[in-house]
Design a protein around this ligand. Sequence first.
Ligand SMILES: Cc1cc2nc3c(=O)[nH]c(=O)nc-3n(C[C@H](O)[C@H](O)[C@H](O)COP(=O)(O)OP(=O)(O)OC[C@H]3O[C@@H](n4cnc5c(N)ncnc54)[C@H](O)[C@@H]3O)c2cc1C
Ligand code: SF4
Length: 438
Amino acid sequence: MSNAGLSPRMEKGFDIAQAVAEADRCLLCYDPPCSRGCPAETDPGAFIRKLRLHNVTGAIRTIKVNNILGGACGVLCPTARLCEKECSATGIGRPVEIGRIQRALVEHAWKIGFQPLPRPAVTRGKVAVVGSGPAGLSCAAELALGGYAVTVFEERGQPGGVIRYGVPAYRFDQDFLTHELADLEHLGVKFACHARIDGAAGAQKLLAEGYKAVFLAPGLWAADRIPGGERVAGVMTSVEFLAGLRDGKQAAMARLVEGKVVAVVGGGSVAMDCVESAAQLGARDAYLVYRRSFAQMPAEEDERLAALRLGAHFLMLNQPVGYAVNATGEVTGVKLVRTQLGDMDASGRRKPQEIKGSDWTLDAQVVIEAIGNRPDGAEWRGIVKVDQAGLIVTDKTTGATSAKTVFAGGDIARGPGLVVEAVQDGKLAARAIRASLE
Ligand SMILES: Cc1cc2nc3c(=O)[nH]c(=O)nc-3n(C[C@H](O)[C@H](O)[C@H](O)COP(=O)(O)OP(=O)(O)OC[C@H]3O[C@@H](n4cnc5c(N)ncnc54)[C@H](O)[C@@H]3O)c2cc1C
Ligand code: SF4
């Protein structure tokens, strides 16, 4: 099958024969550095070794027992700076393509109808998980494997968190999520959707209902704003735009963007998802507006290049300061001030400084603000310690909070992170919950 028509970032996976051939390049390292490079202990050294020995089902089992979202991580992980960065084969050429092997193995399991996970009996008490993103799902799987009766409470209509309602469809095939959720159901995990647990009072209620422990993983679902943006028609946040594309409003979003000049504000991975989506929905011009330089952008290099290849215009060294609005309250442009780089700031990057008198307006009919995510309005303070940014304070090795029976992990505890990091947070917290209850 050709890759024609795929977005530059929808990399086609290996089939199983290609995965075996790629595994043949593995040097079978002792104490494999690739395994140390995986934040979720998926153990590529072990599953690639099994694949090399043609033990395909054993390789699949290693992935799935270690990482319930092994398929999703195979697609979404920035492997070039994780496992593949550590791969010894780099020294004699290029790293083994671990992510694509992992993805191929998980897909192969579905194709041959192989279920690598046991169906554990419920032998222990019930535990509640709040939020069905990667952290919640991973915690739920690990607890279910330990014999707990787990219910995942999810505010939205379907489970998955950002990988259902954030990551654009051109980058992530929802089949992975569908199958991995089926694996959780196979483990006996129950899902309660449209069930928001509203802060401390909600968590306390769960404990009063007999849940022995609660794992909080609600992620970051509110967006930072450019002052005034919330009152202007045609200005929206990355959360509204991307969730809209995944939540049955694709046609409305396409109508909004098609043929228009769209400005996306921000320089991170989420901004790249927005500007690429706008370009693919048929925006006449899709601008990426960022106050620092190209080299300083937090987005990965491949993400930046993919957006450029799709025709996005990168407008660097421009600071948005407000909006131009017409008589009916619709946005007509982004007010900008040019910047130049000054001395180093706390982030170790040169600080953008506004150039006096350089104000100008970029004409735009749609603006998407992608300048950061933060916790939504749920107030967890009454039950756990929360920092100034609204993040739940945890012990990063156990997910323990200031309350004995409440644990937390994923983005709500570490700030914006990766799927694989959230998976590990869920696993660590599940182990700590088991240790505290057993
Ligand atoms: C647009 C976008 C693209 C990304 N792309 C990548 C990528 O390619 N690769 C990568 O590794 N990482 C990526 N990330 C980061 C990654 O998705 C997150 O780090 C990860 O999803 C965090 O997992 P989580 O479980 O902490 O939270 P989330 O995935 O945010 O899930 C939290 C869940 O909790 C639910 N919830 C919230 N409040 C409540 C409540 N009070 N009661 C009940 N339910 C609640 C939410 O509806 C949501 O389903 C991306 C992030 C974004 C925003
Ligand atoms: S580091 Fe690379 S070569 Fe070594 S075991 Fe892992 S995949 Fe194989």
